[in-house]
Design a protein around this ligand. Structure first.
Ligand code: RIB
Ligand code: CA
Length: 305
């Protein structure tokens, strides 16, 4: 089993990824840690707890920071994910509470408790991961690996010509995470736009998993309307899932190795770049086996309630 901490801003594609992680037989989710982005951090925490309860998994949830390291916070993405983060589909208020440690404290303590064993997966702005590094820089050599959804290396961004949302929401945090000396794989829009979940695909998932799959099918309707109206795209893009599928099946991905950088001010704020270098411990994903990913997602979700 691969031990993971999943840092997330749920969010509909975050929900898609969380439901996969919680139902995957080879992924041991030690905690969900929460961050602003698609919704405010407080709502991200409630949504993370709601998803654990929906999936009938009792997993620790740790609340992250409410603001970026240096810039003023951007508005949440309610036009993409709805005001509740789930496309206006309501899940019951959670019975469980978050743990008392902050996300950054939990990340540090857990990596130290299991040296070399914990994979950090971040699918929102990278503020908690940067704060964990600031608290204990030595975790860079103690983590197993870091996997991020964020950035747009060889294409335009999705919130500006230059920037992808997770990086744009905290470019200084991204810069710290991209330049720390740890093994890092980044799944940017270059690879995430290669996958879409169609209405028919989500209906099949719901037929096999009425509770969890049914929720994802319903929540994705709002998200898919955004893709249709803004990008004339049928279906929706499960960006965050690309990072999760990589954990279980890295062989489906083509990677480019190199050193990574983030623009932290000016017109191109949030722009991500790679300088190819085959000695680097950083990579970006550039291509994925679409059919294998879709078949695997459906198979894992068929085990959900
Ligand atoms: O740009 C896509 C990313 O931004 C995803 O993580 C999505 O959930 C939003 O946070
Ligand atoms: Ca996300």
């Amino acid at each position: 089993m691969k031990k993971i901490i999943l840092d997330t801003d749920p969010g509909i594609d975050d929900a898609i990824a969380i439901c996969y992680a919680l139902n995957h037989p080879q992924l041991d989710v030690l905690a969900l840690t929460t961050i602003f982005g698609n919704v405010a951090t407080e709502l991200a925490t409630q949504n993370a707890l709601r998803l654990c309860e929906l999936n009938k998994h009792n997993v620790a949830v740790a609340t992250g920071t409410a603001v970026p390291l240096q810039i003023a916070p951007h508005p949440v993405a309610d036009f993409v994910h709805g005001s509740n983060g789930f496309g206006e589909i309501e899940l019951p208020s959670p019975a469980q509470k978050p743990i008392t440690s902050s996300a950054a404290e939990f990340i540090v303590d857990t990596i130290k408790k299991h040296p070399g064993e914990v994979t950090l997966v971040a699918v929102g702005p990278l503020s908690n991961i940067a704060l964990a590094l600031e608290l204990a820089p030595e975790i860079a050599s103690q983590v197993s690996e870091v996997v991020v959804m964020g950035g747009a290396f060889h294409r335009n961004g999705n919130v500006s010509k230059h920037a992808e949302a997770n990086i744009w929401n905290d470019p200084h945090a991204a810069q710290q995470v991209f330049t720390a000396d740890w093994p890092l794989t980044v799944h940017g829009l270059d690879v995430t736009y290669q996958i879409s979940f169609s209405a028919d695909y989500l209906a099949t998932i719901a037929a096999n998993s009425p509770t969890v799959g049914g929720f994802l099918r319903d929540a994705a309707k709002f998200y898919s309307k955004f893709y249709k109206s803004q990008l004339n795209f049928d279906g929706c893009c499960p960006h965050d899932q690309l990072a999760l599928s990589y954990l279980s099946n890295p062989e489906w991905y083509t990677l480019e190795q190199g050193s990574l950088d983030v623009v932290t001010d000016g017109e191109a704020i949030g722009k991500t770049t790679i300088i190819t270098n085959d000695k680097s411990n950083k990579s970006i994903a550039t291509k994925v086996n679409r059919d294998a990913l879709l078949a695997d997602y459906a198979e894992v979700l068929s085990q959900a309630v």
